[in-house]
Design a protein around this ligand. Sequence first.
Ligand code: BG6
Length: 485
Amino acid sequence: MTANNAQLLVIFGVTGDLAQRMLLPSLYGLQRDALLPADLTILGTGRTALDQEGFALYVREAIERRVPAGERDATHIDALCARLRYQAAGLDNSNELAALCQTIRQLRTGDVVFHLSTAPRWYSAICSALGAAGLSGAGTRVMLEKPIGHDLASAIEINTGVGQIFDEDRIFRVDHYLGKEGVQNLLALRFGNALFEPLWNARHIAQVQITVAETVGVEGRGDYYDESGAMRDMLQNHLLQLLCLTAMEPPSNFDPAAVRNEKIKVLRSLRPIDSDDVATHSVAGQYTAGAIDGVAVPGYRDELGRQSQTETFVALRAHIDNWRWSGVPFYLRTGKRMPRRATEIYLQFRAVPHSIFGGALIEPNALVIQLQPEERISLMLMSKTPGLDRSGLKFSQVALDLDLHETFETVRKRLAYERLYLDALEGNGTLFVRRDETEVAWQWVDGIFAGWKHAGLAPRNYPAGTWGPSSAVGLIERNGFSWRE
Ligand code: BG6
C-alpha cells in the first residue's frame, strides 16, 4: 500500500481519559519538534459541548497537567492549538454523526486518519457512518484502541464490522506497548546483533519470564477494569505482543507483512491451557489492602465499592510448540499493586554442562531486558570472587550492564503515541496489530477462561505490595525455577 502523509487527524473520544493522559501530550511532543505534517489539521470530537475556545483551553490544560514544565513552551502550544478544531457528536445520534462527517468532508484535502478512542462497542457504528459519508475509501485509515472485544466472538464481531468498511491494510489496531522505545529496542537487540541469535533457542535457553508489574490500582477506571481484569486488560495484548517479539523467527525485513507474519506464527504455536492444565499452568489473584513504598493502600473491592471475582493479577506458564522453543517454559505475569513498577523480559540460559570447580555454586547466565521504568539491558555472568581461594574458587554473579537511559541521556524520551501517530499518519502498519493476531490471542485466552470456569478456579487474595498470591511461586518452583524479583 502506498500512503501519503495524512493531512487530517480525527480523534473520536478526545475528551476521554486516554486523550488527556497520552494522546494530546504526544501530539504536543510532535508539534514541539516540528514532526507533524505541516498542513495537518486535528479535529477532536466527543459528547461534551465545547466551542473552539473551550476546546483549546481543554487541550492547554491537558498539556499543563501532563507535560513536564521544562518541556512546555507557549509558542508550540499555540501552534498546536492553531491546528485544532472541535465538533461535539453523540455516537448514538445519527444526525450529529452525519453533521460531523460533513465537517470532515469539508476539512479533508488529502489522506485522513480516524482515531477511535471510544468504547469499542461504538467502532462499527462510527465506521458505518464514515462509510456512508464516503469517508472510507483510498486515503483513509482508522486507528482502533484496545480492547478489541472481550473474547473471540466479540472481537470477530468488531473486526467484521470495521472490516466491512475499511480494508485490513487501512486498519491500525493500537497496542501502545509496540510504540515504546524499549519494545522496539528488543527487535534491535535481537536482529541488529549477531551475538544472540545462535543462543536464542531451546538448546541454550532454559526458561523465559515476561513480567509487567504495576504499582497502581484501578485508578478510577473500576467499571471498565472490573469487566476486564488483568488477563483481558494486559495479558491478551501487551504481554502476548512482548512474547511474540521475544520468540518470533527473524522476519525478512521490517515491513508490516513480514513482522506480523512472524508474530502470528508464535501465537498459533501457543499450546492451549485447558481445564486439565489450569491448576498447574495458571494463577489468578486479587489484591487486598496492603502497603506500597510504606503507604497504605485499600484492597481492590474497597476501591471498587463492591464484591468482585475479577483478577488483578495473572501468572501463566506457557509453551510455544515449535522447534525453536520446544520444552522451554515461558512464564508470563502481570498485576496491579505489585511492590514496584517493572516491565522486564528475563531469559535464563542453560547451566554449564559440567563444572570443573567442584562444588562451587555456578549460576546460569541470564539476559535481562528491562523496558520500564528505565531501559536497561544486563547480561548476568559468573565471575571469580576475589580472594586466595584456599578451599576452592568462589563465584559471584556480575552484570554486563547497558544503561540506555544514561547512554542516551540527552535524547528526549518519547511517549509511545508519538511514534504510533507518526506511523499511522504516514500509513506504516508495522507497529500495529493485525486482525488475525487479536483473534488468535483471544482464542488462546478464552481457552484459559473456559478452563478456570470448568475447574471452578477463583482468584486468590494477595496483599497489595506483594508479588501476587503464594501459588504464583508454586507455579514456577514446581519446575525448579524462581521468579526474578
Ligand atoms: C493499559 C491498561 O493498556 O496499559 C492499563 O489498560 C495499564 O490498565 C496500562 O495501566 C499500562 O501501560 P504503561 O504504559 O503504563 O505500562
